[in-house]
Every structure is written in structure tokens, then in C-alpha cells.
Design a protein around this ligand. Structure first.
Ligand SMILES: [Zn+2]
Length: 141
């Protein structure tokens, strides 16, 4: 099994049996932000704590991306291998909206307000042969 590395440090708990996205929550006003920020975007408060986010939420808005993303967002696709993919914002309990790729790209199967869960999966392989792990949102079955 190839070594697995997170796509970015501090984005989610890794390695973990049950990885979770991480947010920072302002100790002053209670607003949470994703990804983790050193200070609060709402009130500029400097006291924030890092918390794990719930792994289920609801689809807030979405679209299907038909253009190949530029690096560093490109996952190694070429014009020949690229397939359109869903991307959206999922609202998690606690009032945080997280943008991410969706596992589903069929507009018939996506609906605002539907329950979604976070899954962690290989996104691409880096130059050292490691599997780069990112998070995706998947419709709850
Ligand atoms: Zn604040």
C-alpha cells in the first residue's frame, strides 16, 4: 500500500481512524472558520481554538465543473482523462460552510439541502509516489 499524505497540513486530522475536518472557533464571538485561521474573520479576535467538524451536513449550493482546474488544484488530469466533477458548499452543524469536491457529478442526483457526508480519499499521486489524500463530499445513502 502506498504511503498516504494529507493534501495540506492542518486541514483535517491525519492519520486517524476516523479523520475529521478541522475548523477554528473564535473564543470571543463563537464564529467558526474553515480552514483553520489564526484570527477570527468576523471580529478579528486572536483567541481561537481548533475543533473537529461533524462529518455530516447539508448541501448548500453546488455546480458541475466542466473545465480542467489549473495547478495546484489539478489532480493530474489531462485534457484526455479529465471528467466533469461536482463541487459545492456543504453546511455543517455549527454554521460552517465548507467548499469541496463532490463524489457525484450527475446533476440529477444532486439537490440543495440533501444530506452529505465527508469522505477522505486519494486525490492524486505526488512525485515521490505518495497518495495525496483529500476530502470529498458524498451524498448520504
Ligand atoms: Zn470572533
Amino acid at each position: 500500500m502506498p504511503h498516504q499524505v494529507p493534501i495540506a497540513e492542518g486541514l483535517f486530522t491525519w492519520p486517524a481512524d476516523q479523520p475529521a475536518l478541522l475548523c477554528s472557533r473564535c473564543q470571543h464571538c463563537g464564529i467558526a472558520s474553515f480552514p483553520v485561521a489564526d484570527s477570527c474573520m468576523a471580529c478579528s479576535g486572536q483567541e481561537v481554538s481548533v475543533e473537529e467538524l461533524p462529518n455530516q451536513g447539508t448541501l448548500w449550493t453546488w455546480t458541475v465543473q466542466h473545465f480542467m482546474p489549473k495547478t495546484p488544484y489539478n489532480s493530474g488530469e489531462t485534457m484526455e482523462t479529465f471528467k466533469p466533477y461536482g463541487v459545492g458548499y456543504v453546511e455543517l452543524p455549527g454554521g460552517v460552510r465548507v467548499e469541496g469536491r463532490l463524489t457525484e457529478s450527475d446533476p440529477q442526483k444532486l439537490q440543495i439541502g440533501m444530506p452529505m457526508e465527508v469522505v477522505f480519499a486519494p486525490y492524486r499521486t505526488d512525485d515521490d509516489g505518495n497518495e495525496v489524500i483529500s476530502f470529498f463530499f458524498r451524498p448520504v445513502q
